[in-house]
Ligand binder design. Structure first.
Ligand code: DCT
Ligand code: MG
Length: 513
């Protein structure tokens, strides 16, 4: 329904606009008479479409605002052949076969050339992608159509089977460097590109393989080209050798140290963690002190087996006080990862209100049991009926606890005749410090919290972006708000949330965007 309605709404608005700015469509000389272009607004938006239409007109192309009888070429972005057909059928334009259906990459090539380029196979929207990579396993070819890949990772199913690690690793280094420089735009550009390549069902071996894919900006393409040609990226290598990057990487590896603190330390002339530790006058927060104290344990990743063991500890403690509580492991482990930097848990119990004391009771129990190495409880700041946050990376308002737990590790079986070595055994540290996040959610917000805390971060960002830009809704870890209808949409399961957004359900292990 929306698909059909959107262009009509647009054309009215557009008509009004054109009345006030006549040269937008009329005043350029038409150089190329043989083709008449129509650009679909679907998945493109009004602003970009207006810009592209004007660009083409300035270059002498004939571009129609409406889908008139004279149109010969239809250009679509991020849309598959079937989606375009579906839309066309709703337009009642008669014989559809008279149109050339083309991807935006054809249009871009025309603009670059300053003249119409042949509508070769690679630009045409077809039921099947005509130019799969040579390396593409046969079985995976039919399901992959470049122009079908959505710019939103919540419309892509991304498992942990990454065929393009050498590219995505380089992108993530670049993104991290931009994060350290607090350049969010470039950081996100590389994270989005990494996410698209993680989704590809084949390894990229030539530039043609990325044709038609979203999120492939100039910087990204340069890096891909370099890696294809040289096997690695000199720009990513330069970042790895950069003094500032190296210091920030070390500093932020400490629990409680973020970009702001790293910046401060770097400006003070500090470069390594040894230098930070040696500076006895430096004021550290309670969190950072714990970060240094358990540094070795915390930088070594948490395994799935350790996550399962901690899960038992958490469930046991929570159920001591609330036997009906639901404790769910979220984060990377719920997405099927075998290692993580921490373990994330969501805790809820049926009933109209959450139990604000539960977290305190659990933590006190661990203190008594000698299992709690560090804990910072943040109380809930959620206000009933508050609109979801529009900030894509905003922290949610749940009551939560950032903790470090002591996980006793099964000691390797010693020989039974080892009694004389009791002294040595006592010296051996038989536990590991593990970072644990506990989040308490009211029962009716649980599904939203689960989607948010399952991640990946990129998947969550894109879900929120999709809700805002495609659905006029606002999504956060607490709720989904429909701005048109001015109502909160309730959901008792993750499936219902995807359905509210009009999205196919994506399983947790397919959210590794
Ligand atoms: N998250 C969130 N709000 C926060 C922090 C995190 O919604 N304030 C979401 C994003 C991903 C998920 O929770 C888990 O976060 P992390 O533990 O940082 O990520 P991860 O995917 O579990 O990765 P890792 O294996 O490194 O822990
Ligand atoms: Mg995690």
């Amino acid at each position: 329904m929306d698909r059909i309605r959107a262009p009509a709404v647009f054309s009215q608005r557009k008509r009004k606009k054109e009345m006030h700015s006549p040269n937008l469509s009329c005043n350029y000389e038409i150089k190329f008479n043989k083709l008449v272009i129509f650009i679909m607004q679907r998945k493109m938006g009004v602003t970009r479409r207006t810009f592209l239409m004007d660009l083409a007109r300035r270059k002498g192309f004939r571009v129609e605002t409406e889908l008139s009888d004279s149109v010969t070429h239809i250009v679509a972005e991020n849309s598959s052949y079937l989606e375009v057909l579906d839309w066309l059928r709703g337009q009642a334009v008669g014989d559809i076969s008279r149109f050339e259906l083309l991807d935006i990459s054809w249009f871009t090539a025309c603009m670059e050339a300053g003249r119409p380029v042949d509508s070769e196979m690679k630009y045409r929207l077809m039921e099947r992608d005509g130019s799969p990579s040579l390396n593409t396993p046969e079985s995976e070819v039919p399901s992959f159509i470049a122009s079908n890949v959505s710019q939103y990772s919540c419309q892509r199913k991304t498992t942990l089977n990454n065929h393009n690690k050498k590219f995505t690793d380089a992108f993530e280094i670049m993104a991290e460097n931009y994060e350290f420089k607090e350049n969010e735009v470039f950081c996100l550009e590389f994270l989005r590109a990494a996410s698209v390549l993680k989704f590809l069902p084949f390894p990229v071996t030539r530039m043609k393989d990325i044709q038609g894919l979203p999120c492939m900006g100039v910087q990204v393409r340069d890096l891909i080209e370099e890696i294809i040609e040289d096997g690695e990226s000199s720009r990513a290598r330069d970042v790895l050798n950069d003094e500032r990057y190296k210091s920030f990487k070390q500093f932020t590896s400490v629990f409680g140290v973020g970009v702001k603190t790293s910046e401060k330390w770097y400006r003070m002339g500090l470069r390594t963690l040894e230098e930070v530790k040696a500076l006895k006058t430096l004021k550290l927060s309670k969190m950072q002190k714990a970060g240094f104290l358990y540094y070795e344990d915390l930088v070594s990743c948490v395994s799935k087996a350790e996550a399962d063991a901690v899960s038992l500890i958490v469930k046991k403690a929570v159920c001591t006080f609330r036997p009906d509580a639901l404790v769910t492991i979220t984060g990377g482990f719920r997405r099927g990862k075998k290692i993580g930097h921490d373990i994330d848990f969501l805790i809820t119990s049926p009933g109209p209100r959450e139990d604000a004391e539960l977290l305190h009771k659990v933590v006190d129990l661990w203190k008594k049991q000698g299992l709690l190495l560090y804990c910072d409880i943040i109380e809930s700041t959620f206000v009933k009926e508050q609109l979801p946050s529009r900030q894509v990376d905003a922290m949610d308002n749940f009551q939560k606890c950032f903790a470090i737990l002591k996980l006793y590790q099964p000691r390797a079986e010693n020989n039974s005749d080892n009694t004389s070595k009791n002294f040595d055994v006592a010296e051996v540290k038989d536990w590991k410090a593990i970072r644990v996040d506990l989040v308490i959610t009211p029962f009716e917000q649980y599904a939203y919290a689960l989607v948010g805390w399952t991640g990946s971060r990129q998947f969550g960002r894109d879900l929120r972006r999709y809700a805002t830009h495609e659905k006029k809704m606002i999504l956060d870890n607490h709720a989904l708000y429909d701005r048109r209808k001015k109502v909160f949409l309730k959901a008792g399961s993750e499936e219902e949330i995807f359905a509210h957004l009009g999205l196919d359900y994506v399983e947790p292990w397919e959210r590794n965007a």
